[in-house]
Design a protein around this ligand. Structure first.
Ligand code: HEM
Length: 133
């Protein structure tokens, strides 16, 4: 498996543990106030990161591009900050609203990098990885 897929899967599992933790917290406390943070950690963090990992495993040439690492760094940073800030916001800390806004835009940037990667021709990725050898 390409390194980048491994990285995405390890990160995805950490998000799943945090997301499930929030779900358990809501269930046990019978207070569902952080439902938005729980859903986003699970879907942006666990599900989407795992799908990115699968994509790069199926496209090893694209996995070798430096852009894959940029995608990982930008997207993961965005989701980490967005999850933490959303969690605090839903607990009533309105001061973190700008952090939610900025981190959401970082997540969007990560998604756009992924879209660029998906639409880039396969042979371009192959040429670049051949040059790197
Ligand atoms: C042990 C694991 C989990 C527990 C205990 C848990 C618990 C909860 C609870 C208590 C709610 C609030 C329900 C409500 O107020 O209507 C919720 C909502 C939600 N959960 Fe989880 N959850 C778990 C795993 C997951 C996973 C793995 C995902 C996604 C991959 C997920 C996605 C969602 C979504 C999208 C909502 C919002 C549903 C809605 O608004 O109707 N959950 N969860």
């Amino acid at each position: 498996m390409p390194k980048i897929s491994n990285l995405f899967f390890k990160t995805a599992v950490l998000f799943l543990i945090v997301g499930i933790g929030m779900g358990l917290q809501m269930s046990i406390s019978e207070n569902h106030n952080v439902i938005g943070a729980h859903a986003h950690v699970n879907l942006l963090g666990w599900v989407s990161s795992a799908i990115f990992g699968v994509y790069y495993a199926l496209n090893p040439a694209k996995a070798e591009r430096r852009l894959a690492l940029v995608h990982y760094a930008v997207y993961t940073t965005g989701v980490v900050f967005m999850s933490m800030a959303l969690y605090l916001l839903l607990q009533g800390n309105t001061a973190v609203t700008p952090v939610v806004a900025v981190s959401s835009l970082i997540v969007v940037a990560g998604v756009l990098i992924f879209a660029w990667t998906v639409f880039a021709p396969e042979n371009l990725a192959l040429r670049r990885s051949a040059r790197a050898v």
